[in-house]
Write a protein that binds this ligand. Structure first.
Ligand code: APR
Length: 239
């Protein structure tokens, strides 16, 4: 059962999965340096060329399912934190990969959706999607053809479970932001929310200062697989 008001809220971004072999978006060799987000991560891009959008996400889904892509020490440390503080941790991820789940994390909100799920634009049904999506695919729920899309939140669309996220931010004592550049709202605004409403202690753990670095009480810079386990160990020892 998800905790009503966890005292620790963690936000993760693409940086936590980088050492597992998944690309980030805005690093110099990131995904948006190779493909225009307007073409593949907006409703207009999907309407204009659904085959291109399916091709983009099909390639990322196959990449995620590659045996070489596994949770790293940072994912595992956050799962250990949740196990050590049952009912006291909520992880909100911007990532659409499943590495937090595979590391053993249970209480997760995928605010930008999930790469291994598909949604029918006609009836809204969401289901597991381990294989390629295409415009020829029929919806298992309503039988409609042509409306299947990745269950991923695109720019201009509302992220998922925002009420639950803001309720947790309003009551948390500690807010951690890990592996995100702080470029995309509403996630980039969570640190200000945690400070203003909950007067929480806020910590950024990132490879380098994010756009919102000045908003954090504390910052620890370095690769996630190095800095996150050490920080979690301190939190658990303190208990
Ligand atoms: N360890 C920790 N942080 C890292 C590492 C690493 N090994 N490698 C990179 N980073 C940091 C980068 O310095 C950067 O600040 O991770 C951050 C990644 O930033 P982005 O590429 O912008 O990814 P993210 O913040 O998750 O993007 C947010 O934007 O395009 C949308 O929907 C997409 O969810 C995504 C959202």
């Amino acid at each position: 059962m998800a905790p009503e008001s966890p005292s620790i809220v963690i936000l993760t971004g693409a940086g936590i999965s980088k050492e597992s072999g998944l690309d980030t978006f805005r690093d110099k060799d990131g995904i948006w340096s190779r493909v225009r987000l307007e073409d593949v991560a907006t409703p207009a891009g999907f309407a204009a060329d659904p085959r291109r959008v399916h091709g983009f996400y099909n390639a990322r889904r196959r990449g995620l399912l590659d045996d070489a892509v596994r949770p790293n020490a940072a994912h595992r440390a956050l799962a250990e934190l949740e196990q050590g503080r049952p009912d006291d941790v909520l992880l909100v991820t911007q990532n659409i990969d499943n590495l937090h789940e595979r590391a053993g994390q249970r209480n997760i909100i995928h605010m930008h959706g999930e790469l291994l799920k598909a949604r029918c634009a006609a009836c809204g049904a969401v289901g597991e999607c381990p294989d390629d999506l295409s415009v020829e695919l029929a919806c298992a729920a309503c039988g409609g053809v042509g409306g299947m899309r990745p269950h991923v939140v695109w720019f201009g669309e509302m992220p998922l479970e925002m009420d639950r996220i803001y309720a947790a931010l309003a009551a948390c004592r500690l807010f951690l932001s890990i592996g995100t550049s702080g470029n995309v709202y509403p996630a980039a605004g969570f640190v200000a929310e945690a400070r203003k409403v909950a007067r929480a202690h806020t910590v950024e753990l990132n490879l380098e200062p994010s756009e919102g670095a000045s908003l954090f009480h504390e910052a620890i810079y370095g690769p996630a697989s190095s800095v996150v386990p050490g920080y979690v160990a301190k939190l658990l020892d303190r208990d």
